[in-house]
Design a binder for this molecule. Sequence first.
Ligand SMILES: Cc1cc2nc3c(=O)[nH]c(=O)nc-3n(C[C@H](O)[C@H](O)[C@H](O)COP(=O)(O)OP(=O)(O)OC[C@H]3O[C@@H](n4cnc5c(N)ncnc54)[C@H](O)[C@@H]3O)c2cc1C
Length: 414
Amino acid sequence: MKRYSVFAVAREAARYHTGWERAWKSPAPKKKYDVIIIGAGGHGLATAYYLGKNHGIRNVAIVEKGWLGGGNTGRNTTIIRSNYLQDPSAAIYEKARSLYETMSQDLNYNVMYSPRGVMMLAQTEHEVRGYLRTAHANALQGVDTRFIQPDEVKKLVPIINLDGPRYPVLGALWQARAGTARHDAVAWGYARACSDMGMDVIQQCEVTSIRQTGGKVTGVDTTKGSIDCDKLGIVVAGHSGVVADMAGFRLPIESVALQALVSEPIKPCMDVVVMANTVHGYMSQSDKGEMVIGGGADGYNNYTQRGSFHHIEETVRALVETFPMISRLKMLRQWGGIVDMTGDRSPILSKTPLEGCFINCGWGTGGFKAIPGSGWGMAELMAKGQSPLTDEFSLYRFREGKFIDESVAAGVAH
Ligand SMILES: Cc1cc2nc3c(=O)[nH]c(=O)nc-3n(C[C@H](O)[C@H](O)[C@H](O)COP(=O)(O)OP(=O)(O)OC[C@H]3O[C@@H](n4cnc5c(N)ncnc54)[C@H](O)[C@@H]3O)c2cc1C
């Protein structure tokens, strides 16, 4: 595959862009692969990429029922941070954050990583104590965060109202090296790199059943025919319960829709990401100038990938106290994605009761930021049967009571 570079852009400009090749191939499925990954979202593609790059396993197919990146990976609000409380979480999210820093160079694809800083507002005494505790934990974990006072919050975010009538801003947990990246580009960059390694990214190919013999996985049936494999990775986010059912086991997760919306584009007014967990809302400004706004998850289980009117009202009402200027903005569009939530708000990266079948799910409202770290760990788990990044995130922790409680770090915000 030809490298993208400033010279390539100049050359193609001179010949009216007739020389670009397709970023990834669209092959028909082969009869058998060493590994099949179900789900071409960021996590599935990153798993395949690191299987090839770190472990030399390249006879891999990534099968996707829709279009790649069309699930939550293309629907999220792109916040990347690693300021989690528990050690296993900080390890995998910090690994991911550090891989994001060099992802554009590693993949030769501009994922527009923007380390603009993420701020989590403390608007109650309880939150102040919680974030101080997280800042101390992060110091021990080598994650670069600190608790800042209201005057520094105002300096970083001039449009903020510190004296909200219900919830004044009492400080914030600040991670300067956190930020955002272009979500589609992350999926596209990994897909291009996988295709370049000889892997097959097969879109419009829904897995309808999982085949097994003697408790071991042997392949999948899809809308494009049956495909055999030695190992299988289930990486389907909101549909994890449905696909696990095909493999014959149950998951401790609930699937709910999570929604977001964007405003009309306006002049640059805020160059950090602000999250306000007490009032349930967060906001950043996209490169196009739109204010990207996210809120909470639906209060009931469902598989709708749609927005709903009451969410716009609830989220904007929550944020308007802290950002009065948004009361005059027109909202352009809203959407939803299906997220899979575990009870301890931590993901599952694990072997399963079906031999040769692995699962990566349960990222809930916050898995975009984890994509490269999760792919790295999942690939190691699938290749070697064990990874220090995924050890604690086993499916069996729910049976053994070894929860990784991140409900404060991940319960609402992303
Ligand atoms: C509105 C919203 C805002 C969010 N904001 C953030 C944020 O700011 N920061 C953050 O870190 N995270 C955020 N998230 C969460 C994040 O988007 C997800 O955790 C992450 O994208 C999950 O990636 P994935 O690759 O596991 O899943 P997906 O991208 O959903 O990919 C799974 C794929 O599996 C495919 N699939 C399903 N069933 C089958 C089948 N039977 N056969 C074949 N393919 C199948 C689907 O079509 C899909 O493409 C947000 C999510 C939403 C919805």
